[in-house]
Design a protein around this ligand. Sequence first.
Ligand code: FAD
Length: 388
Amino acid sequence: MLGPHGGTHLLTGSSEYDAVVIGGGFFGCSLALGLSRFLGRVLVVEKEPELLQRASHSNQARVHNGYHYPRSLLTALRSRVNFDRFVGDYAECVVDGFDKYYAIATTFSHVTAEQFRTFCSRIGAPLEPAPRDVRALFNPALIEDVFRVREIAFDAVKLRQRTWRDLRAAGLEVRLNTEAVKLQARADELIEVSLQDKGAGDQVVARYVFNCTYARLNPVLANSNLPTLPLKYELTEMALVDMPAPLKDFGVTVMCGPFFSAMPFPSRGLHTLSHVRYTPHNYWFDGTDGCRIDAHHYLVNNLPDTRFEYMIRDASRYMPALRDARHMDSLWEVKTVLPASEVDDSRPILFRWGHGLKNLVCVMGGKIDNIYDVLQEIDLLRGRGELS
Ligand SMILES: Cc1cc2nc3c(=O)[nH]c(=O)nc-3n(C[C@H](O)[C@H](O)[C@H](O)COP(=O)(O)OP(=O)(O)OC[C@H]3O[C@@H](n4cnc5c(N)ncnc54)[C@H](O)[C@@H]3O)c2cc1C
């Protein structure tokens, strides 16, 4: 039987799906859209009342173009490739009406200005010396050099609206306020997914299940007696600030170590201010032997006091004009990274096919444009006939 998009559609019952995608963030929704090109019924379940409300909203909104990763050439090169694609595919969601600068710190930086220049030329990332009036904004005792780069921001709310439009156009089913709590293999090789919807439970079954829950990849695995994934979690704060007049159309990242970054956050008309030392308030790890902490519950129950004052005090040593930035709010989220990223700050994707159960796939991207790396894995599996 053919599904609405021409793919093989094996299941017909109302609670039977070709694929269930757990997690309605940018990764889950984009993956569901990719699957709907060749699978019949695809369902997205999201525990929050809205899509793209967690990490896909509360992040620094930077569309990476390689500059951020001088310690991981592979991540830098993938960012370069994905940048143009993302900007082309999501043109109405990106904002580039600001100048972006990378400044290199004189001390405690993992790179010198010369090394940064060489690195950018190696990855083909455009770089030019900052104009004199911009250099004058930096403290010359602490900043070795300043470069103008091509890096832009995305609008998380526009990305959500665009995602809804795409999901509707593709005829995908979405269940909000619905948490996937447990997975169980059936004798017929389908996977049963137990759902909780405002306290009431029900089940759906699927040929494939994709776990795209980012900071909550492990609770559903642990509940299902499946091995958990080794992950590092950071409870993060990004301050939302109103920038002083000379810095309104300005983004800046100080490289490469315990410094700060200020990027426009278009959906609020403000900037995010993050600081390598102060943005992570707390961190913990999971291994393969269970889920120690449910990240979302932890965040709700352990919201710390803001560290904006620490961030701005340090940042304004490098850029004195930042002293007049006004703290309006903070974005809080649990950042989740692979432990390997600790070493070189790389952002590979996690893509575990057949994790504990045949046809269960665990997926996580360390940055928004990693979605193309995920879709590439799907194409490879399709090419090998493992996903059809
Ligand atoms: C502080 C911070 C700054 C960042 N800065 C950038 C940046 O500047 N640029 C960049 O490209 N990337 C950045 N990232 C990374 C980026 O945000 C993530 O890679 C991306 O948003 C992950 O998308 P996702 O869909 O996997 O996660 P999410 O958007 O978190 O989606 C996962 C969804 O799963 C849902 N869920 C969880 N458990 C269940 C369940 N059991 N049942 C149903 N639903 C469930 C959650 O509610 C959530 O909506 C940053 C991340 C953080 C935290």
